[in-house]
Design a protein around this ligand. Sequence first.
Ligand code: ADP
Ligand code: MG
Length: 260
Amino acid sequence: MIYFFEQNCNNIRHTSSYRYHKKNKKRMLKIQKLHKSYPIGDSSLHVLKGIDLSVEKGEMVAIMGSSGSGKSTLLNIIGMLDEADEGNYILDEVPIKNLTEKKAAVYRNKFLGFIFQSFNLINYKNALENVALPLYYQGLNRRKRQEKAKFHLQKVGLLDWATHLPSELSGGQKQRVAIARALASEPKLLLADEPTGALDSNTSYDIMAFLQQLNDEGKTILIVTHEKDIAAMCKRIVRLKDGIILEDNFVKQVRATTNV
Ligand code: ADP
Ligand code: MG
């Protein structure tokens, strides 16, 4: 009898999750009424004031806005580096709320890849070691880590630079290593905070061409930028102002190669 009851429950659960899955198959993330404040002394700074945003798999979205408009705050919440005060956030069908630090780390590792303006490479590790490092946290053995890291360094065209330290690489090469590192854990969603902010425009377009190629292959990418030409290389532009989304438009993508 107990067995029958359990089986029944499982059936019900399966049916509803199946329906949910069918309906949301193409959705990468959904954010509803998201708020975030930072405490400043006795008062607080209300940075995000009710953000609603839905992104489907395969999109390439630019998040624009002037300095201080909350772009990084939003991206960090999407990337589970920070938590919202209020609102809902569902990432690939998983509600992201009140997760233990351990669970959050697992999702971050499994779902998300990060690219930053300042590359955030480890200075005393070479290119290959930098790419391989996050794989350690995925529990892969040394041989598998090396194999995967090499594959992704090759993908960004830097296999010949595998044993070089970051200090021996150009800005564009460093960002490519950072992209390889982000890709190595095969994230479903790639998050880039001003990825071209420290690069000259030719190198920026080169990096954008690579990100476009990844998106062509199906990777979902969110890019924070305050540069119009970089945003135009995405397929959708979300504009933040005073803590809300002022505009959200699909655009005709400018291919990066046409600018080089
Ligand atoms: P953007 O990336 O668009 O330049 P941010 O999201 O970094 O903007 O910051 C939005 C606002 O929140 C800014 O006024 C910034 O000074 C403030 N801020 C960001 N992070 C913190 C923090 N950890 N503590 C206090 N204030 C912060
Ligand atoms: Mg920022």
